[in-house]
Design a protein around this ligand. Structure first.
Ligand code: HEC
Length: 400
C-alpha cells in the first residue's frame, strides 16, 4: 500500500516537474529566438515560424490591445503547483511520518526524531521568506549582489544542516527548499503580476510592460535554479557526492556549474564560442567535484587503520553500499555504529551485535533476518576471502 502510494506520487511529481521545466526551457528559448519583423505590425515584440508535426507553427509575442483580449488564453501554473504539492506529499509521507529518522543523523545529534520534520518544514517556509524579502529589498536592483547573498545563504544553511541531518537528507532538503522557492515565485509573483496586468487591461488601461518585468526577475531565477534542483533531487542516486565529508562544497560546485551551463546554453546567439565555453565549464566543474570526492575519501581513510581502509574498498567494490546507506533505508539497515547495538530479528529474538554476529551476517546473511527487512541480502560465503571479511569487520568497527 505504501509502495503503491509512493510510486503514484513519485510518478505525478516527476511528470509534472518534466512538464514545468519543459515549459520553462521552451519559453526561454522562444524569448531568445523571437525576431522583430516589420510586416508583423507595431504591436509585435517578435515572431518566428517552427516546423513540427507536419505543419508550421507561427509564434508571435505582442503587446495586448485592451480592446482585443483573446477569448482563449492559456495560463501555465498547474505544472508548477502539481510538482510542489506532490513533492510535499512525498516529503511528508516518506520522511516526516517516520519519526524523522530518515532525516536526522543519530551520529551527529541527539534531537528526537520528530525534530527532523519540524526543522525541514520550518526551513521550507523560512527559506522562502528570507529569499523573498531579500529580493523585495533594494538588493533586487543590484542583481549580482543579490545572487551572491542568496547563494552564500544557501551554502551556509547547507553547512549548518550537515551538523544534524544525514548527507542524503541534506541534499534533498536543499533541493526541496529551492523547489519551494520556485513554486512560490510562480504563486506569489508571476501569477499575481499576470493577474494585475490582465485586470488593468480589462479596465481598458494600456499594456504595462513593467509588471511583466518584475515577474520576469523571478522567472529568470526559476530558470537558472532548474538544473541545480534536478541534481539535488536525483542525488539519492549519487552516494559518493552526499556521502562525502566535502558534500556541501560539492553541492556548491555543482550548483554554480549547472547554472553557468544553463547560462551558456542561453548565449548561443550572443556568444560565438558558447559551445567551447560550455565544454570547459563542464570539465572544470566535473573535475572539481571529482577532486573534492577524492580528497574527502583520503581524509576519511587517514582517520582509519589500513585494515579498515581496505575494508572500505571491499565494501564499495562488492556493492555492499548499494543497499547499506549511512542511514537506515527501505532496502537495508544502516551499518553505522552497529557494533554493540541491540539487534531485533523477524522471529522476535534479539542479541547485541558483536564480531561473531557481524561475521555470520556477512557470510550467511539470512541466518538471522533483521526485523522490518526482507531476507534480500545475498550470501557472501563463497564470494569473499577470509582476509576480506576481516577487513570488512575492521571497517564496520571503524563506523562506531
Ligand atoms: C541486495 C542488498 C544487500 C547487499 C548488496 C548487501 N546487504 Fe547486507 N543486508 C541487506 C538486508 C536487506 C539486510 C537485513 C536483513 C538481514 O538481516 O538479512 C542486511 C543485513 C546486513 C547485516 C546485519 C545488519 C544488522 O542490522 O544487524 C550486515 C552486517 C550486513 N548486511 C553487511 C553487509 C556487507 C558487508 C555487504 C557487502 C559484502 C552487504 N551487507 C551487502 C541487504 C544487502
Amino acid at each position: 500500500m505504501i509502495e503503491f502510494f509512493n510510486i503514484t506520487f513519485r510518478m505525478i511529481h516527476v511528470v509534472a516537474a518534466i512538464m514545468w521545466i519543459g515549459n520553462s526551457l521552451l519559453f526561454t528559448w522562444f524569448e531568445l529566438n523571437l525576431r522583430r519583423n516589420e510586416e508583423d505590425g507595431d504591436e509585435s515584440l517578435g515572431s518566428m515560424n517552427m516546423l513540427h508535426g507536419g505543419g508550421i507553427f507561427f509564434l508571435q509575442k505582442r503587446i495586448i490591445d485592451p480592446k482585443e483580449i483573446p477569448q482563449r488564453l492559456h495560463i501555465f501554473k498547474w505544472q508548477s503547483y502539481t510538482t510542489w504539492l506532490s513533492g510535499f506529499i512525498l516529503l511528508v509521507s516518506l520522511f516526516y511520518t517516520r519519526g524523522g529518522s530518515l532525516l536526522l543523523d543519530p551520529v551527529k545529534t541527539d534531537l528526537p526524531g520528530y525534530m527532523g520534520g519540524v526543522i525541514s518544514f520550518a526551513s521550507l517556509v523560512g527559506g522562502w521568506l528570507c529569499y523573498d524579502l531579500l529580493w523585495r529589498s533594494p538588493v533586487r536592483n543590484k542583481e549580482l549582489l543579490g545572487i551572491i547573498i542568496s547563494f552564500a545563504g544557501l551554502i551556509a544553511y547547507g553547512f549548518w544542516l550537515d551538523t544534524i541531518f544525514n548527507g542524503r537528507a541534506v541534499f534533498l532538503q536543499m533541493g526541496a527548499m529551492m523547489g519551494t522557492m520556485m513554486s512560490a515565485n510562480v504563486f506569489f509573483h508571476i501569477m499575481i503580476n499576470q493577474d494585475k496586468m490582465m485586470t488593468a487591461l480589462k479596465e481598458g488601461k494600456p499594456h504595462d510592460l513593467k509588471l511583466g518585468k518584475q515577474a520576469k526577475i523571478r522567472s529568470t531565477h526559476n530558470h537558472y535554479i532548474t538544473f541545480p534542483v534536478i541534481f539535488l533531487m536525483l542525488s539519492a542516486h549519487f552516494p559518493s557526492t552526499y556521502g562525502s565529508p566535502n558534500k556541501i562544497a560539492i553541492a556548491a560546485v555543482a550548483i554554480i556549474t549547472l547554472a553557468l551551463i544553463k547560462h551558456l546554453m542561453n548565449c548561443y546567439h550572443s556568444l560565438p564560442r558558447w559551445k567551447e565555453l560550455l565544454g570547459v565549464t563542464f570539465v572544470v566543474g566535473a573535475g572539481l567535484v571529482a577532486l573534492l570526492i577524492n580528497q574527502g575519501k583520503a581524509s576519511e581513510a587517514q582517520s582509519m587503520t589500513p585494515e579498515a581502509a581496505a575494508g572500505q574498498k571491499v565494501f564499495t567494490s562488492t556493492g555492499c553500499n548499494a543497499c547499506h546507506l549511512p542511514q537506515d533505508g527501505t532496502i537495508a539497515p544502516s551499518l553505522h555504529g552497529i557494533m554493540g547495538k541491540e539487534r531485533v530479528f523477524e522471529d522476535g529474538s534479539s542479541l547485541v551485535a558483536d564480531e561473531n554476529y557481524l561475521r555470520e551476517s556477512i557470510l550467511h546473511s539470512t541466518a538471522k533476518v533483521v526485523k522490518g527487512y526482507a531476507p534480500a541480502m545475498p550470501p557472501y560465503a563463497t564470494v569473499l576471502s577470509d582476509e576480506q571479511v576481516d577487513q570488512l569487520l575492521a571497517y564496520l568497527k571503524s563506523l562506531n
